[in-house]
Design a protein around this ligand. Sequence first.
Ligand SMILES: [Zn+2]
Length: 227
Amino acid sequence: MILLGAVAVTLSDAAGIRKLAPAAGPTSMPYYTAIPAIATIPPDVGERGARTYARLWGQFFVPLEGADVPEDPALMPGAPRDYRAGIHEGIDFPAPPGTAVLAAATGRVVRVDLSFLDWTREQQEIALYEALTLGYTPAATLDRIRGRQVWIDHGNGVVTRYAHLSAVERLSVGQLVEARTPIGAVGSSGYPQGGPHLHFELRVGEDYYGDGLSGDALVRAVSRLFR
Ligand SMILES: [Zn+2]
């Protein structure tokens, strides 16, 4: 599916039931994006989806020195995130705070939160309440939840996102970074309730890697990303 808005984040039920988000009307909250509900990768593991994913296999280093690739379903893309009526779009690597985060592949920095101000607990509570009321996580809320971030563009619509960082390196937008360059440190910014971990997200076009996969196929697809 295409985006961070209503479509992507309504696939929250473990049962796989697709719930449509309420349509934005004059009295409802402004809708963050108006991209229609057309999946770029089929929800089943069709030939096209498998090919799209397979071209990424082996292209990335694990973004934390010596870390294992997680296998716990709760840490995988597509896992439900009931606290915000949404789904997880990345791969979570639990790690001690301060652990160096490394660029998973060579690319250009497209975002680095050098002057980051975290939201307050009260702001977070209001936003989460709103998400639960809406039945999906608005994209702006999801971005706050990801906290301090670095994004790296690897070309061909492939972008990696590193989230919840406690600090970032003095990178600049447009800067080329080699694979395994330190880019920041593990933290829990944006959502301290989640504890320190790296949220590593692989965007493929408008979609997140792993969308449409589940169970063992998802775990295998995540594992195959890394060298
Ligand atoms: Zn995460």
